[in-house]
Design a protein around this ligand. Structure first.
Ligand code: PMP
Ligand code: GLN
Length: 377
């Protein structure tokens, strides 16, 4: 059989989690919390299951949830959207798949930025799209807009951005959004803005959602994940927000890919979202964890890379070793008992800047134990 994805390998997240489990290492690799989902939210799902909400949900998502999402967007970004611009998906991954599939025809060029989240490239390839990857600045992971301008052609159909950015922790500014608007002005170029870490943003900064930019909003799909926001990555619940003409096309794919997602969970999330306190605490909650990890790691030989958002803190190990990053991550997992994620698999050109990513969505005890081990290297 001719493979459609001949170069696809097992994701680095799965590889490092498996290695951590086999070695009994502390898993700071794959991005998931080691603390519980709010019992109140779990009770609410249980409540709706007992109430009989166990059959197919409407294809676009339960209306009460789509309305609650619209209200939340108004509350957080001051942007008014219709519930009909929201489609509830099986996590951000399915949202990305449905959106890329809806937009990209064979031969269309898609610009995205490396290091990039792992599902963008294979999804573009499955659509017959032409991936045009641009490396972010090596030091501060900013977007080199001049290069973007040079790479835009008559075939460019889509640009994918991600803010706050996994794996670097960089965030886009209002200026970045203005540049993107300028470069795509009067062209048939759409934008996917992967904003799954919208609430994980630190040091008093605001999240610059694509939805806040009047011009970009008209051609963009913003993508979110309840897995990240409510510490429930295993539920695979997310959503897209897009203008009606894009939403119509996304739903055509969504309908045949999954049709709809967990009914009781949608009803429960609708109730839960209606109280802003359920997400407003997130920046300070995670900033404390980031700062706790940075303090613990200060005596180590690892050098932190500025993290302005997400729950990932990356470190350079250049002062310790000149091994390739995959080898280094494997060695640390096996000999020092802490699993991390090397950054080179996020680069199409496998750039290796000797950096490892640690997930700090963990209890203080887990972070303390991991840092103690890392400080001995
Ligand atoms: N985009 C980014 C940048 C991510 O880090 C992740 C992982 N949470 C996803 C998309 C996929 O999210 P989900 O688990 O909701 O599918
Ligand atoms: N988003 C998670 C991370 O970056 C991983 C999700 C997955 O394993 N596919 O670690």
């Amino acid at each position: 059989m001719i493979s459609k994805l001949p170069n696809a390998q097992t994701s680095i997240f799965a590889v490092m989690t498996k290695m951590a489990n086999e070695c009994g290492a502390i898993n700071l690799a794959q991005g998931f919390p080691d603390f519980d989902v709010a019992p109140e939210l779990i009770d609410r799902i249980h409540y709706y299951m007992q109430k009989g909400m166990n059959q197919y949900a409407p294809m676009p998502g339960v209306l009460a949830l789509r309305e609650a999402i619209a209200k939340k967007i108004d509350h957080t970004f001051g942007v008014s959207i219709e519930s009909d611009e929201v489609t509830v998906t099986a996590g951000a991954t399915q949202a990305l798949f449905a959106t890329i599939t809806a937009i990209v025809h064979a031969g269309d060029e898609v610009i995205f930025f490396d290091p990039a989240y792992d599902c963008y490239l294979p999804t573009i390839q499955l659509c017959g799209g032409v991936p045009i990857n641009i490396n972010l600045d090596k030091d501060d992971f900013s977007i080199p807009w001049k290069k973007v301008e040079q790479k835009i052609t008559a075939k460019t159909k889509l640009i994918i951005i991600n803010t706050p950015h996994n794996p670097s922790g960089a965030v886009l500014t209002e200026n970045d959004m203005n540049e993107l608007a300028r470069l795509t002005r009067d062209k048939e170029i759409y934008v996917i803005s992967d904003e799954v870490y919208e609430h994980l943003i630190y040091d008093g900064q605001a999240h610059h959602s694509v939805l806040k930019n009047e011009e970009l909003r008209k051609k963009s799909v913003a993508i979110y994940s309840f897995g990240k926001t409510f510490h429930a990555t295993g539920w695979k619940m997310g959503y897209t927000v897009a203008p009606p003409f894009l939403t119509d096309e996304i739903r055509k794919v969504h309908q045949f890919l999954v049709f709809s997602v967990s009914t009781a969970t949608q009803w429960a999330l609708a109730d839960y979202l209606n109280e802003p306190k359920h997400y407003e605490y997130l920046p300070s909650f995670f900033q404390q964890k980031r700062d706790y990890l940075l303090d613990l790691m200060a005596p180590s030989r690892f050098k932190p890379i500025t993290c302005k958002g997400t729950y990932f803190q990356s470190f350079s190990y250049a002062a310790i070793s000149d091994q390739p990053d995959r080898k280094m991550a494997e060695w640390i997992t096996k000999t020092h008992g802490v699993a991390s994620i090397p950054l080179s698999p996020f680069y199409t050109d496998h750039s290796d800047h000797q950096q490892l990513r640690l997930c700090f969505a963990k209890s203080e005890e887990t972070l303390k134990q991991a840092a103690q081990k890392l400080c001995q290297i």
